[in-house]
Design a protein around this ligand. Structure first.
Ligand code: NCD
Ligand code: ZN
Length: 352
């Protein structure tokens, strides 16, 4: 590949961290993802959360109905369950047998719809042991929630107080540190000693590769750039971009595209979440191109995720071209609208 290609062909990517919500808005957001990705890990933070295999199966069939309405035949949702203080080891084994892809740990109160999350990991020991035993990945929202910890420090404190002790206790548990936002997280995952086993990985969002925390306050408050974990300082963005483009298979694509209606974002207490699904691949291509590493995009976007989850890589190819795409100010979201990431601006790359 030349240093500045205008066209790149990739094995079709998957999105390893995605929110598509439920009800009438789902169809609109699913369409954007299914245009680009073959599969996606579907987050379970609905209201009420997806805590059992039966609830996940019902959610999956609602997703399949929407795919049918959209005329999409080739997209595969990978279902997850929401870990609670009461998740039993039996539910974990049942989930494994039912083809559930992973469990998600939300520390109670950490983010959107996390009130039913885990209050203390000590309540989950039997479930976590069962996950380790059956090879069920645990996806973690890596932030502590104590009000006395500064919001910009919550991820780094989580590593020392929760993640490292958990990995010591259950060294064979497969963990994905989701949507990492700090140098500390990138280095922790890079340097973790696993004895050659595939036990730790991290997903990285496009917004954390492209923006630092100034983007939340550029000329005034910018609610559409507010997500959790919140954007950090430039040195952290640089470390994340270095990790994503390093070719290290522990880092892979997870957009964390998290749709909220325009009115719920532009409010006195606006919701956390960036809607990146509209042209997520264009955003990632832009980030990789910014450091001359477009040749590393395919591993990050298309290979390392399925390898970690022990799933086959996709065989279909897609093409991205360096053709600026204008991003609309708003998109339909059921009866409401949503403001996509980079609304009113352009993204340099688009899918053919
Ligand atoms: C997500 C959401 O809205 O569901 N929000 C976000 O800011 N990322 C939840 C999450 O992944 O933290
Ligand atoms: Zn998320």
């Amino acid at each position: 590949m030349s240093n500045s290609p205008t066209k790149i062909e990739l094995t079709q990517p998957d999105d390893w961290h995605l929110h598509i919500r439920d009800g009438e808005v789902m169809k609109d957001v699913l369409a954007d993802t299914a245009r680009q990705f073959a599969r996606a890990i579907i987050m379970p933070n609905l209201k009420p959360p997806v805590t059992t295999v039966d609830l996940a199966k019902a959610y999956q069939s609602r997703i399949e109905s929407n795919l049918k309405l959209l005329g999409v035949t080739e997209f595969m949702p990978l279902m997850t369950l929401y870990l609670t203080d009461n998740t039993s080891a039996d539910e974990v084994r049942k989930a494994k047998d039912a083809g559930i892809a992973a469990f998600k740990l939300y520390p109670a109160g950490a983010t959107t719809n996390s009130d039913a999350g885990v209050s203390d990991l000590k309540h989950c020991h039997a479930a976590l042991e069962a996950m380790q035993a059956v090879g069920m990945p645990l996806l973690v929202h890596g932030e502590v929630t104590h009000a006395d910890i500064d919001i910009f420090d919550r991820e780094a404190v989580f590593i020392d107080t929760i993640l490292e002790p958990l990995r010591k206790k259950l060294p064979e548990l497969k963990i994905v540190f989701e949507h990492i936002t700090t140098k500390q997280a990138a280095h922790y995952v890079r340097d973790a000693v696993t004895g050659g086993k595939n036990t730790i990985a991290a997903t990285i969002t496009p917004q954390h590769l492209l923006m630092n925390r100034n983007a939340i306050f550029a000329g005034g408050i910018r609610p559409h750039n507010y997500c959790l974990p919140v954007l950090k300082r430039e040195e952290h963005r640089v470390a994340l971009l270095q990790a994503a483009t390093s070719g290290n298979s522990r880092f892979f694509l997870g957009t964390d595209s998290a749709p909220h209606a325009k009115g719920a974002k532009e409010a006195a207490c606006g919701c956390a979440g960036c809607y990146s699904a509209f042209n997520a691949l264009g955003l990632y291509a832009e980030a990789f191109e910014s450091v001359g590493k477009l040749d590393k995009l395919e591993g990050f976007a298309s290979f390392f995720g399925p390898d970690f989850y022990s799933l086959p890589r996709n065989s279909k190819k897609i093409t991205l071209v360096k053709h600026a795409q204008s991003i609309p100010m708003e998109l339909p979201l059921g009866d409401a609208t949503i403001v996509p990431l980079r609304a009113g601006e352009t993204i340099a790359w688009s899918l053919v």
